[in-house]
Design a protein around this ligand. Structure first.
Ligand code: GLC
Ligand code: CA
Length: 515
């Protein structure tokens, strides 16, 4: 079982006062991560980039972005992390580059350059929407042609059908493997096999073929942990993990349950616990005999679960309940920075506080047809900046993140929500999580056992894990008391002190069953 801690370097820890987190900041916190039980650190992109999409627009795959540090810093991190038995996982953006990448610069200069065909061009313009709003086609006057960008116009899509493109990328990946990198998170990997047709896009046409090649050229037999960010049917995602083409696949069904289906990410509805239970159950049953799920609540794109679904007044109980509910399922554990002490989103803030290109594009588009309150509410729940605010290390100025001016506003709740206060408190989320991870790591039933849904009543999420032993997990998903006759058994961990005949707000229990 792996514990993968996701770091958003921009917001983790700034060591030189420029208001931007850096690689040295990550090095400094290695003991803190080791103590928690982390085995991998996933760094979101640290490569050279104009930062139009916070590093997901790479202008040179071989250079480290100066704002984060140097290649020496990265090597230093790899070596120091190794001493703590922690591996480094990099984020690979293979679907697109920045428009400032030398390939793209050559591609638009000259139709006859070999780099021209590294990108996707058209004059027919089948209707394709960018994920960041508007058309996915951008006109280049000198060429009288359009290029495809499924994200921002500064992120032109690579043409994976050109084998030179694929070979260049494999070479780069192997360069980092030789440097000592032990894992990769693969950005929007489901998009690389797409074919543009007159009608639009056939997304998965060549996916299997390219993934197999990528695996054989880069990962096979090298002990590399991979996780593809992919919007795929469960069946397909499971097959990739089960065949070991990828170690894991991130799927997003469980974090889309507060969206109106088919209306995109901004149309909101209340999360229904039954939907959540069904969604997790499907995954757990699918992966019962092979493959391994990636267990996560939030990331740099997904606002933190806490304030999104639960009552913040019960921060400790709610956050530890979420961890118990998810992390005791079969799968590798992903922790997004700050979850280990209960960070939450910014709440409702004015549009000028947002920095993210996706949020700003959405606001400008939506405000034409919707009232401002509704638009700001969608942003409050779904905008990516809410999970990207600076780490709250302590209650000193800027939450101990920087001595300068932070690049993005710090959540004002840092005076009481911060790592240092949490670790010292009697009800520490960090300490609970640490213990929970230790329990899982040393328990084959919790690692491999079968998952069985158990019905104990409305608003309760409960399941068993069964191998030679039988464990029962019970979570109260509400901030109200629920009367219940607890089954017999020994409590292994719980976020409340004493067992009673009711479940208190967000109470969570792991029990070993006697029968
Ligand atoms: C992924 C990343 C996201 C980025 C997008 C385009 O979804 O997680 O942050 O904006 O890909 O690269
Ligand atoms: Ca810095």
């Amino acid at each position: 079982m792996e514990v993968i801690y996701q770091i958003y370097p921009l917001s983790f820890l700034d060591t030189n006062g420029d208001g931007i987190g850096d690689i040295n900041g990550v090095i400094k916190k290695l003991p803190y991560l080791k103590e928690l039980g982390v085995s991998y650190i996933w760094l979101t992109p640290i490569f050279k980039s104009p930062m139009k999409d916070n590093g997901y627009d790479i202008s040179d795959y071989y250079q480290i972005n100066e704002m984060f540090g140097s290649k020496d810093d990265l090597i230093n991190l790899i070596n120091k992390a190794k001493k703590h038995n922690i591996n480094i996982m990099l984020d690979l953006v293979l679907n697109h580059t920045s428009n400032k990448h030398v390939w793209f610069k050559e591609a638009i200069k000259n139709k006859n350059s070999k780099y021209h065909d590294y990108y996707v061009w058209s004059n027919k313009l089948p209707k394709i929407q960018s994920f960041f709003g508007g058309s996915a086609w951008e006109y280049v006057e000198s060429l009288d042609k359009y290029y495809l960008h499924l994200f921002a116009k500064e992120q032109p899509d690579l043409n994976w059908h050109n084998s030179n493109v694929r070979q260049e990328l494999y070479k780069m990946i192997n360069y980092y493997i030789n440097l000592g990198i032990k894992g990769f998170r693969l950005d929007v990997l489901d998009l690389v096999g797409k074919v543009v047709t007159d009608k639009g896009i056939d997304f998965h046409k060549h996916l299997d073929e390219y993934l197999l090649e990528l695996y054989e050229e880069c990962f096979k037999d090298k002990g590399i942990l991979t996780v593809g960010e992919m919007n795929l049917p469960l069946e397909k995602a499971h097959q990739l993990s089960s065949d070991k083409i990828l170690s894991m696949v991130f799927q997003f069904d469980h974090v889309a349950l507060d969206e109106v289906k088919g209306k995109g990410k901004w149309e909101l509805k209340e999360l229904d616990l039954n939907d959540l239970t069904d969604t997790f159950e499907k995954v757990q049953l699918k992966y019962e005999d092979s493959g391994i799920p990636a267990l996560f609540w939030s990331n740099h794109d997904q606002p933190r679960a806490l304030g999104r679904y639960l009552n913040l007044e019960y921060r400790y109980y709610a956050q530890t309940m979420l961890q118990t509910l998810l992390y005791l399922q079969k799968g590798n554990v992903f922790i997004y920075q700050g979850e280990e002490f209960g960070m939450s989103g910014l709440g409702k803030v004015e549009i000028d506080k947002y920095k993210d290109i996706e949020a700003i594009n959405y606001y400008n588009e939506a405000i034409l047809t919707k009232d401002k309150d509704t638009v700001l509410r969608s942003l409050e729940v779904k905008a990516r900046d809410h999970s990207r605010t600076p780490m709250q290390w302590d209650n000193s100025i800027n939450a101990g993140f920087t001595k300068g001016k932070p690049w993005l506003m710090t959540n004002p709740n840092y005076t009481y929500v911060n790592a240092s206060t949490d670790i010292k408190s009697e009800n520490s989320i960090y300490m609970y999580l640490k213990k929970l991870l230790q329990i899982k790591k040393n328990n084959q039933t919790l690692i491999k056992g079968k998952y069985k849904r158990i019905e104990l009543g409305p608003n309760i999420y409960s399941y068993e894990r069964i191998l030679d032993d039988k464990y029962l997990i019970i979570c109260n998903f509400t901030d109200a008391n629920i009367n219940i006759n607890l089954p017999k058994g020994k409590i292994i961990i719980s976020n409340y002190q004493h067992k009673t005949n009711k479940l208190r707000p967000y109470e969570a229990l792991l029990m070993k069953r006697d029968d």
